[in-house]
Ligand binder design. Structure first.
Ligand code: ADP
Ligand code: TRP
Length: 339
């Protein structure tokens, strides 16, 4: 399929922390694979992060860190479109226009807003909107525009984001209903990776690895830190020579995602036969992770240098992305009578 006839996929990443192993397996790797099949666009949703990240240095650092992670993980900025949301001013103008096409009731039903109100209710507050800012409330409109302005066909997302893509389709429909004879937005579709559940990585306390549980192994922590964190993963006190069930081990779950299949199979066999202890298994996991991640870590650290080519790569990506956004906004302006 030639690039021009390929369907467009759009992946948005919110820079709210340093990426961890779970993000890499569950989000980065599957999203990078999309570039084989689609004309792939990837962007960093830095304005979306503003609903939670309020420290300017942190926001800047997370944005660069996410960008460096994707490139270190293999994203080729020459083959795909890779940009920062904040570099595309057209998005923000279109956000106003599309908010005028969006019914308030639709936003009242959005999950994140409803969840925030439920929390207020549970804690006995009389004002259910207490502490909720308009950024959280309007979040789905900005996300809709991220998608619509790039004319994406498919939007790969986790289950929690499917509703947002449906809202984007709704908002596009409202616009098309009024102005469809002058301009029509493409209706996007959410795709949820099949194997999502199978790819959930446990953290160092055995629960799902997540920034919210403070149990992550950062993707690019240094070797000493990596060793320390792997050692912290809980195990039981089964002695070395006793058979162990590999399927119930968190360490094996992580190993499965990073080791060659034959190596992981051999480890499973030795655990079952009582020929391997947890200590040796942890050493093996550390070695596998370190071998796989070292070259990526080196590239990541080089990109995180303030003088690296990272900013230039993002600027070039923004230029490519604006080639898509500018004509869409121009047609919309014309359609609505502001041109
Ligand atoms: P966190 O839970 O650390 O805040 P996010 O919610 O920001 O992570 O998730 C960003 C992406 O990474 C999502 O696509 C999510 O599905 C994926 N992801 C997060 N944690 C894991 C995990 N433990 N295993 C697999 N994928 C994960
Ligand atoms: N809301 C998404 C998240 O929290 C990030 C995001 C913003 C996004 N805009 C998008 C994802 C557009 C896909 C398409 O993860």
């Amino acid at each position: 399929m030639s690039a021009s006839s390929a369907k467009v996929s759009l992946t948005g990443i919110k820079p709210t922390g340093e990426p961890h192993l779970g993000n890499y397996i569950g989000a980065v790797k599957p999203a990078l694979a999309l570039a084989q099949e689609y004309e792939a666009l990837y962007f960093i949703a830095d304005h979306h992060a503003l609903t939670t990240v309020r420290d300017p240095r942190l926001l800047r650092r997370y944005t660069r860190s996410v960008a460096a992670t994707w490139i270190a993980a293999g994203l080729d900025p020459d083959r795909v479109v890779f940009y920062r949301q904040s570099d595309i001013p057209e998005i923000f103008e279109l956000t106003w226009i599309m908010s005028c096409m969006t019914s308030k009731g639709l936003m009242n039903r959005a999950h994140a807003y409803k969840a925030a109100r439920d929390r207020n209710e549970e804690s006995g507050k009389t004002d259910l909107d207490a502490g909720i800012n308009m950024g959280l409330y309007n979040y789905p409109v900005l996300m809709a525009v991220d998608i619509l302005i790039m004319e994406a066909d498919v939007v790969p997302v986790g289950r929690d984001q499917v509703q947002h893509v449906e809202i984007a389709a709704d908002i596009a429909g409202s616009f098309n209903h009024v102005y469809g004879d002058r301009f029509t937005f493409k209706i996007p579709q959410a795709v949820v990776p099949d194997a999502e559940a199978g790819r959930t990585l446990p953290g160092v306390d055995g629960r799902k690895m997540s920034k919210s549980y403070d149990n992550t192994i950062p993707l690019f922590c240094d070797e000493a830190q990596l060793k320390k964190l792997v050692r912290r993963i809980p195990t039981d006190s089964t002695p070395v020579e006793e058979p162990k069930d590999p399927d119930s081990s968190n360490i094996v779950q992580i190993l499965d995602q990073f080791a060659e299949p034959e190596i992981a199979a051999e480890t499973r066999r030795r655990l079952r036969e009582g020929a391997m202890g947890w200590g040796e298994l942890k050493n093996q996991l550390f070695e596998v992770l370190n071998t796989q991640l070292s070259p990526l870590r080196e590239r990541y650290n080089a990109l995180m240098d303030p003088d690296s080519e990272l900013d230039a790569l993002l600027a070039a990506g923004a230029e490519k992305a604006r080639k898509r956004a500018v004509p869409v906004l121009a047609q919309v302006r014309k359609a609505i009578g502001i041109d």
